[in-house]
Design a protein around this ligand. Structure first.
Ligand code: IPM
Ligand code: MG
Length: 351
């Protein structure tokens, strides 16, 4: 099993080191090869997605990614910025289905900023479309108007087949869970998402056992805070999913807990934490590696069909939390604060 390991920028290298350590501890037959992406790609090859990195990722069975981005690259031309590398690799590998599970570990009920009774038992799967929408729609750009002022343009667009294939992913996942799908749109204002809603309704006839509901994105943002346990599977477009998944992560105690899988039609996938590169704490050994470690578990489950070892990693994370190990972001009174690599060690020991 070939894995392309792309640490990226900021805290990326340190969190990926911990996930690699955990994967190695399982003694599976994994061939892991590292390559630069994002700012690191720009430094190495003048490109946030160097050709060699893309080739490695294309030839691998799965990709393990840390995070990209650093303020020091904000002044580069847009096509050279780290984020472009990430968006391009998602597009090149056709990773249209982004799964972001927001799961509350009971030990962390008091680490959330919400009341424990609101979040305890929380288990939501956010299914975010990842290769379309306003992120990729043309036309786009900043141009000069005739009157001499500038105008910025992005285009929100989805065609029917793009909506259908992400909808299917959501319905299939719901069949293995509590059989509820909430489709999030802004159909009261945006035609793109009016079509989204129509296609979801049409698709739902193939899944009579699944209960489909619809919610406008503003209401969904509010409901996630008010009563998050009403949700099972949420399916939504690229930009709404970006925003709602950050919001949902805080229900789990910290964005440092939220893993993700980005899959193509054949379950080849890229696995990365849902959080960013956090350059302010990079290299200080304080970052939470659990989202990346849990992403490695998702890799075993979704790409390698290895439910047993995926479960072993998840149980080891639970055990490390039950033993009281906490990185700074999830630390509460009475638990023991550890750094990034000590948290990785705790998970390996629990394995
Ligand atoms: C995410 C991130 C990315 C996104 C950025 C870094 C381009 O926020 O994976 O959620 O917007 O998709
Ligand atoms: Mg995001």
């Amino acid at each position: 099993m070939k894995i392309a390991v792309l640490p990226g920028d900021g805290i990326g290298p340190e969190i990926v080191t911990q996930a690699v350590k955990v994967l190695k501890a399982l003694n599976l037959n994994l061939e892991m090869t590292e390559a630069p992406i994002g700012g690191a790609g720009y430094e190495a090859a003048g490109d946030p997605l160097p050709d060699a990195t893309l080739k490695l990722a294309q030839e691998a069975d799965a990709v393990l990614l840390g995070a990209v981005g650093d303020w020091k690259y904000d002044k580069l031309e847009r096509h050279l910025r780290p984020e472009r590398g990430l968006l391009r690799i998602r597009k090149e590998l056709n990773l249209f289905a982004n799964l972001r599970p927001a799961l509350l570990y009971p030990e962390l009920a008091s680490a959330s900023t919400l009341k424990p009774e609101v979040v305890s038992g929380l288990d939501i799967m956010i299914v975010r479309e990842l290769t379309g929408d306003i992120y990729f729609g043309q036309p786009r750009g900043i141009s000069m108007l005739e009157n001499g002022e500038r105008e910025g343009v992005n285009t929100m667009r989805y065609n029917e087949s793009e909506i259908k294939r992400i909808g299917r992913v959501a319905f299939e996942i719901a069949m293995k869970r509590n059989k509820k799908v909430c489709s999030v749109d802004k159909a009261n204002v945006l035609e793109t998402t009016e079509l989204w809603r129509q296609v979801m309704i049409e698709l739902s006839t193939d899944y009579p056992e699944v209960e489909l509901s619809h919610m406008y994105v503003d209401n969904a943002a509010m409901q996630l805070i008010r009563a998050p346990k009403q949700f099972d599977v949420m399916v939504t477009g690229n930009i709404f999913g970006d925003i709602l998944s950050d919001e949902a992560s805080m229900l789990t105690g910290s964005i440092g807990m939220l893993p993700s899988a980005s899959l193509d039609a054949n379950n080849k996938g890229m696995y990365e934490p849902s959080h960013g590169s956090a350059p302010d704490i990079a290299g200080k050994d304080v970052a939470n590696p659990l989202a990346t470690i849990l992403s490695a578990a998702m890799m075993l489950r979704y790409t390698f069909n290895d439910e047993v070892n995926a479960g072993r990693i998840e149980n080891a994370v639970k055990k490390a939390l039950a033993q009281g190990f906490r990185t700074a972001d999830i630390w509460t009174e009475g638990t023991s604060k550890v750094g990034c690599s000590a948290m990785g060690d705790a998970v390996v020991a629990a394995l």
